[in-house]
Design a binder for this molecule. Structure first.
Ligand code: DOR
Ligand code: ZN
Length: 415
C-alpha cells in the first residue's frame, strides 16, 4: 500500500495524518501513523482534496488552435484541478446523443485528469434523447458558439431536465437588456452587457425553473447573486474576483458576462467571505493572442484560467482573507456535490485525488509555467501558491510542479 503523509484537510480541519492508498487509487486508511511499502512524506505541507472545476472549455475537438485536451488538462493539473466539467461549445457542438458519443471518443485516453461532459440540447425532445450526458448547459445569450436558445426552448429544456433529474447549468444573461454602445474598452463592454441583463435572466429563471436542478454559471455581481433563484446553486469565476474594468488588458480582458467595476469586484469578495458563493469555477475559455490582438469590439470573449484558479485563491487564503474551509468548499467539495460525483473530499473510500501545497511558497504567475496552448494568462505577475504534487487516484500527475502522467483521466458518471 502507498502511504501519503502531511497535514491533511480531513473532516473540516487540518491534522498531521497518513493516508493509505489502495491498488485501485482509493483512500483505504486514514491514521495518525501507517506503514506502507511506499511512503511519501510531505512534511508540514497541506494535503487538500483535488479541485473540481465545474466550467472549462478545452476547445477539443474543432478549436484546437486555442487549446487541446492534452495541453488543457495538463494545465489544469498544474493548478491542482483533478476533475473538470467540460462545456459543449466545441466544434461540432454537443447537441445530440451521437455528438455526445463523439466527444467521449475525443476524450478517451487524452485527458490527464477525470472529467464530466456537458451537452447542450436545443429542445425538450433532444434532452430526453441525450441519455448518457451527465449534465446540460443552456445559453440564454450569445457567446462563443451558436448555442443560444430562446425562452420557449429553455422552458422545454427545464421540463426535460426536471424529468431526468439531471443538472442544468445556465449562462444567465437576458439579451433584451443589452445596450447598443460603441465598445472601445472593458467599461463599454460592461455597459453593452450590463448587470441588469444577469438579474433579468435570473428573475425569468426563478419563475420558470419548475423542479429542474439549476446551477447558475459565472455570476459577476451582488445584484445577480441576490437574484439567483432559491434552491439553485451558483458559481463565480476567478476573473470576476481578481480583475475588473480598471484593468489594462484591453481585448484580452473581454469576457461574457463582462468584468465589472472595482466596487462590484470588492462586493463579490464580501459575498464570498460570507458564504454566498457555492463554487469557484474558472470558465477557462482560451483564445489565441492573434485572435485577441484586435479592437475590443471585434475580439472573441473569454480568457484562460484553469491553472490559476486554486493557486490565486490559496495565496489569498494564506494572507488570511478567506478561510481554508471556504477555499476547499468552493473549489472541491461543493462543485462535486453540485455535479453529483464522488469527488472533492478526503474520506475513506473516495478516490485519492489530492493536492499537496506549501502555502508559504508564493510565486508570481508566469504564462510559461501554466503551459496553456494559447500561451498567455490575464493574471501575469499576480502572487499565487501552486501545488508541488497532485495525485489522481493515488498516482502523481504533477510531481515537483511538473507534469508526471498523461492520459489517465476517466469519464465520470453522475448520480
Ligand atoms: O466569454 C466567454 N467565453 N463566455 C462564454 O460564455 C463562452 C466562452 C467561450 O467559450 O469562449
Ligand atoms: Zn463558459
Amino acid at each position: 500500500m502507498r502511504v501519503i503523509r502531511g497535514r491533511v484537510f480531513f473532516r473540516g480541519r487540518l491534522e498531521a495524518l497518513s493516508l493509505g492508498i489502495s491498488e485501485d487509487g482509493k483512500i483505504a486508511a486514514v491514521k495518525k501513523a501507517l506503514r506502507g511499502d511506499e511512503e511519501v512524506d510531505h512534511g508540514d505541507a497541506l494535503i487538500l482534496p483535488g479541485c473540481v472545476d465545474l466550467h472549462v472549455h478545452m476547445r477539443d475537438p474543432g478549436l484546437t488552435q486555442k487549446e487541446d485536451l492534452p495541453s488543457g488538462t495538463r494545465s489544469a493539473a498544474i493548478g491542482g484541478v483533478t476533475t473538470i466539467a467540460e462545456m459543449p461549445n466545441t466544434v461540432p457542438p454537443v447537441t445530440s446523443q451521437t455528438l455526445y458519443e463523439r466527444k467521449v471518443e475525443t476524450f478517451r485516453g487524452r485527458s490527464a485528469i477525470d472529467y464530466v461532459l456537458y451537452a447542450a440540447p436545443k429542445s425538450e425532445d433532444a434532452i430526453t434523447r441525450l441519455r448518457e450526458a451527465a449534465a446540460f448547459k443552456a445559453y440564454m445569450a450569445e457567446s462563443t458558439g451558436a448555442l443560444q436558445i430562446g425562452p420557449k426552448e429553455l422552458q422545454g429544456i427545464l421540463r426535460g431536465a426536471a424529468v431526468t433529474g439531471k443538472l442544468i447549468v445556465v449562462h444567465a444573461e437576458d439579451p433584451r437588456q443589452f445596450t447598443k454602445v460603441k465598445v472601445n474598452g472593458l467599461e463599454d463592454h460592461s455597459t453593452a452587457r450590463p448587470k441588469a441583463a444577469e438579474s433579468s435572466a435570473l428573475r425569468w429563471l426563478a419563475s420558470n425553473r419548475g423542479k429542474a436542478k439549476v446551477h447558475i454559471a459565472h455570476v459577476t455581481c451582488v445584484e445577480a447573486l441576490d437574484a439567483v433563484p432559491s434552491g439553485a446553486t451558483c458559481e463565480v469565476t476567478p476573473h470576476h474576483l481578481f480583475l475588473d474594468t480598471s484593468s489594462t488588458l484591453g481585448a484580452r480582458g473581454k469576457v461574457n458576462p463582462p468584468l465589472r467595476s472595482p466596487a462590484d469586484r470588492e462586493a463579490l469578495w464580501d459575498a464570498f467571505r460570507s458564504g454566498r458563493i457555492d463554487a469557484i469555477a474558472s470558465d477557462h475559455a482560451p483564445h489565441t493572442l492573434d485572435e485577441k490582438s484586435v479592437p475590443v469590439d471585434e475580439a472573441p470573449a473569454g480568457l484562460p484560467g484553469v491553472a490559476t484558479s486554486f493557486p490565486l485563491l490559496m495565496r489569498r487564503t494564506r494572507a488570511g482573507e478567506i478561510g481554508l474551509e471556504s477555499l476547499v468548499g468552493a473549489t472541491a467539495s461543493r462543485p462535486a456535490e453540485i455535479l453529483g460525483i464522488p469527488k472533492g473530499v478526503i474520506e475513506l473510500g473516495r478516490d485519492a485525488d489530492l493536492i499537496v501545497v506549501d502555502p508559504r511558497a508564493a510565486q508570481r504567475v508566469r504564462a510559461k509555467r501554466l503551459r496553456y496552448k494559447c500561451g498567455w494568462t490575464p493574471f501575469e505577475d499576480m502572487e499565487a501558491c501552486f501545488p508541488h504534487t497532485v495525485y489522481l487516484r493515488g498516482d502523481p500527475v504533477i510531481d515537483d510542479g511538473e507534469p508526471a502522467a498523461e492520459g489517465q483521466g476517466r469519464l465520470l458518471a453522475t448520480r
